[in-house]
Design a protein around this ligand. Sequence first.
Ligand code: ZN
Length: 147
Amino acid sequence: MGMPVMVFETYRSQERQLNLFNHGATKLRTVGVHHYGLACDIVRIVGNEPCWKGDYSFLGQLAHSCALIWGGDWGSPQIPHTFVDSVHVQRCTIARQPELFAGNWYPDTLYNPYAEAEQHLMFASVTQPRKPAPPARAKAGSRSQTA
Ligand SMILES: [Zn+2]
């Protein structure tokens, strides 16, 4: 696509997660899928610097083609997202995370989060009560939304 990008982070320790949390760079105190080697943050390079801003919808298309879930696509396209992390991709659905974190499940090479059997898990958040939308998305694309 002619757009320079870089892998900014893959594995993340709990210590680093807490550090990011304490600096306001994430809403999540406890490290998530990054801790299991199943997530990756990919950012554009602008002026030799990593850049979190701008349109990352291309990453959604790439993620889908690689059986990854894109952080800009949590939940359902019909429901307004309350948590957008547009530079983040991961190898499992949100609904699979509790099993992963409990040590009861890990995706094998054949696992496909878009497979028919996984569809009910992929959009599991749709069945949960909706939270009111945040007042503004002024920080969309900034580092404040890192998962
Ligand atoms: Zn991430």
